[in-house]
Ligand binder design. Structure first.
Ligand SMILES: *[C@@H]1O[C@H](CO)[C@@H](O)[C@H](O)[C@H]1NC(C)=O
Ligand SMILES: *[C@@H]1O[C@H](CO)[C@@H](O)[C@H](O)[C@H]1NC(C)=O
Ligand SMILES: *[C@@H]1O[C@H](CO)[C@@H](O)[C@H](O)[C@H]1NC(C)=O
Ligand SMILES: *[C@@H]1O[C@H](CO)[C@@H](O)[C@H](O)[C@H]1NC(C)=O
Length: 277
């Protein structure tokens, strides 16, 4: 089930409580970790990201906002809702401007079980019309990683093709890999949903290469992933947020307290996005 609060959280950034020394991951590290995990080439034939793409989640242990880095292990509760999407190095992506819209998906490539993924890829989320968030002073930074730019969707453009369904893999079905990916959105979808090109609502056995052709997409410009270990902790999984990232550069430590104190949160992001158009 899906409350309107959750919808808002997916479209906008929600209020961060605090963060714990979030650090950047180089775009090259993203690429390498997809190979190390076997996702490339087994699930995605190739990945050559031009941006570092992050999700944020709420750590179960202390309720703090954490940066999802590729290969983080999450509990079911941590995976239940992303609190923010953000990017770094957006200038490295081709043909991206402040007006560019993006689409984002989440899938489980190991459904229903890692050793028998008969439903993979299982789509958990797909929505378009994301843009970089801007406000009166320019680009709005991530609430978790100050050097990153936040991605948001204005409510009047938020029509998720696949509404978010929280990952809920069954216990003892192995280590599931969940992939978030970011694409630039072809302009026809600024005014029409993905069904307009015949995309079907079924979420199981999602063929990514067929889908990319159907929508006329280029390759993903960014992607990240997390795992849920269903063999651990009674099926609830374990938490390792990967704050010490080998090869990562230390971009930001500590969330801007003033951002919170002044209450510039989701509302400011919405207003900022509105002023763009
Ligand atoms: C992308 O941007 C970063 C930061 O501006 C830069 O250091 C890097 O060399 C660029 N190119 C790639 C391929 O990451
Ligand atoms: C825009 O957002 C940034 C945070 O990313 C904040 O520091 C700044 O004060 C905001 N400006 C306005 C006019 O809301
Ligand atoms: C983007 O927003 C427009 C409304 O402004 C809507 O018609 C369109 O379907 C949306 N596209 C996607 C992919 O959600
Ligand atoms: C996915 O679609 C492509 C292109 O239509 C096709 O060649 C491939 O066999 C499909 N893969 C599966 C597993 O059905």
């Amino acid at each position: 089930m899906f409350s309107s609060l959750s919808l808002a959280a997916l479209a906008l950034a929600s209020v961060a409580v605090a963060n714990d020394n979030a650090v950047s991951v180089s775009t090259l590290d993203f690429k390498n970790r997809f190979v190390d995990s076997g996702i490339v080439p087994n699930v995605i034939a190739a990945l050559d990201p031009s941006v570092s793409f992050y999700a944020g989640y709420r750590a179960a242990a202390d309720g703090h906002s954490e940066l999802l880095v590729p290969g983080s292990s999450l509990t079911l509760s941590e995976a239940s809702l992303p609190i923010e999407f953000s990017v770094e190095n957006l200038q490295n992506a081709t043909a991206v401007t402040q007006q560019t819209r993006f689409l984002i998906y989440l899938l489980d490539c190991d459904a229903p079980a890692r050793n028998n993924p008969t439903q993979g890829n299982l789509r958990h989320y797909l929505a378009g019309n994301y843009t970089v968030a801007v406000n009166g002073s320019g680009i709005v930074s991530s609430e978790i990683l100050r050097g990153a730019q936040r991605l948001t969707v204005a409510p009047n453009r938020f029509f998720p093709f696949t509404p978010f369904t929280a990952p809920n893999p069954q216990p003892n079905t192995g280590v599931h890999r969940f992939i978030y990916a970011l694409y630039t959105q072809p302009s026809r979808f600024d005014t029409a949903g993905f069904e307009s090109v015949g995309m079907e609502a079924a979420t199981q056995n999602w063929n990514l290469s067929r889908w990319r052709t159907q929508l006329g997409l280029g390759p993903a410009i960014g992607a990240t992933f997390f795992t849920i270990d269903t063999d651990a902790n009674g099926g609830q999984g374990t938490s390792s947020n990967g704050t010490s990232v080998p090869g990562g550069t230390n971009a930001a430590a500590g969330m801007s307290a003033s951002l919170l104190a002044t209450g510039l949160t989701a509302a400011a992001a919405v207003l900022g996005v509105m002023t763009l158009f």
